[in-house]
Write a protein that binds this ligand. Structure first.
Ligand SMILES: Nc1ncnc2c1ncn2[C@@H]1O[C@H](COP(=O)(O)OP(=O)(O)O)[C@@H](O)[C@H]1O
Ligand SMILES: [Mg+2]
Length: 359
């Protein structure tokens, strides 16, 4: 699968812009704050129905002109058939997403249609930051693979919110919390099994890639950390019930899949604690390429690679490895310098300047 065309109308610092991609490397080159990441963001929105960096959809509307709305249209090719997705939001926050002209009512029905892998400097949080970033990394893969996963995760989060609201009350209704626990244990069972499956698949792909980048010197191992491994629904419910007294003391839920983590070991040591900067970057590159491989194999579609400003994070050895790896697929790469493009074929370069593109 690949994206053929992107049309932006009043989106961020673009007024009206058409972009024709190649099914290869699409390089967006320009100075900072000229609109490179906005292209990545627009494509991400077409895949997930929302931005990863706007707190409100209305922020996406170009503020330089008197605009009432913004619109993103993509044309993509899947199994040799043309498809379209469009995203629209106006100043009143009325939002509409359409796929092949059909309105999307629930985002769970749509996510996964355009599979993507995004790699940006913030991705380093996966090997540096808090468990939340690593959970999010795993969840993004799971959500693109299973609509049921999205629904179970959403339902779980709704229950968790209700539970936390109750825990903050002066008198806690234990019966109400037990009913929530009953529902939550069903969702937890599904989510834990799915996460477990994805982590072991991811590890399988990441191992091979890591060994190749490091000439067999570094071994990567992934461990999914959760309290609920191999528990059935009753055992999960009992576990939640048994910890309710701590929840009450803390006025918040202490146990649940919102505490899960992923440990990334390199040569038997947790890379987030003991890894050098170079090892962290190598591990991250392996994880992202493994993410790509996993979606490609499991979905039977080649994901679109969105690489935002990562060239400055990688050394020439890792850049060359990555470019070699991705040269036969579609990628959208943003960068402030193009020193690494020599010798690469199947590349189209777009010069980005103050919200306009030239190629
Ligand atoms: N809603 C908006 N309307 C107009 N311009 C915007 C809007 N949101 C962001 N911008 C502008 O977009 C530019 C940032 O674009 P970005 O793609 O992040 O830059 P970079 O090329 O560094 O990746 C900034 O100049 C910012 O002022
Ligand atoms: Mg940027």
């Amino acid at each position: 699968m690949y994206i053929e065309k992107l049309n932006l109308e009043n989106f961020r610092n673009y007024k009206s812009q058409e972009v024709e991609f190649i099914n290869g490397i699409n390089l967006f080159l320009g100075l900072n704050a000229h609109g490179k990441t906005n292209i990545i963001e627009a494509l991400y929105i077409c895949a997930f129905g929302k931005s990863y960096r706007a707190s409100k959809d209305t922020e996406l509307i170009n503020y330089d002109y008197p605009c009432e709305y913004c619109k993103i249209d993509v044309k993509y090719n899947k199994n040799d058939n043309p498809h379209t997705t469009s995203f629209y939001v106006d100043k009143m926050n009325r939002k509409q997403i359409k796929n092949d002209e059909v309105k999307i009512k629930k985002i769970a029905d749509y996510v996964g249609e355009i599979p993507i892998v995004i790699f940006s400097p913030e991705s380093l949080d996966i090997v540096n930051g808090s468990p939340a970033k690593r959970r999010n990394f795993i969840d993004m893969i799971c959500c693109q693979m299973s609509k049921s996963y999205i629904i179970y995760l959403q339902e779980y989060m709704k229950c968790l919110k209700l539970k936390n609201t109750m825990l903050k009350k002066e008198v806690v209704d234990d019966g109400y919390i037990e009913v929530l626990h009953e529902k939550m244990s069903k969702y937890i069972k599904y989510i834990v099994e799915f996460r477990q499956k994805i982590v072991s698949l991811l590890e399988k792909y990441a191992k091979g890639i890591e060994l190749k980048i490091t000439n067999n010197e570094e071994n990567i191992k992934l461990t999914y950390v959760t309290d609920f491994l191999n528990m059935n629904e009753e055992e999960i419910k009992k576990y939640l019930d048994d910890h309710l007294y701590i929840d009450k003391l803390r006025f918040s839920s202490v146990k649940g899949i919102q505490r899960d983590d992923l440990v990334v070991d390199v040569n038997e040591k947790d890379v987030s604690v003991f890894g050098s900067q170079g090892q962290k970057r190598t591990a991250l590159l392996s994880l992202k390429l493994a993410n790509f491989e996993l979606l490609k194999e499991e979905l039977g579609q080649t994901p679109i690679l969105l690489l935002d400003d990562i060239m400055s994070e990688l050394d020439s050895k890792r850049i060359n490895f990555m470019l070699k790896y991705i040269e036969n697929y579609q990628s959208i790469i943003t960068t402030t310098e193009d020193t690494f493009v020599n010798g690469i074929s199947n590349i189209k370069i777009f010069k980005v300047s103050k919200g306009t593109l030239e190629n």
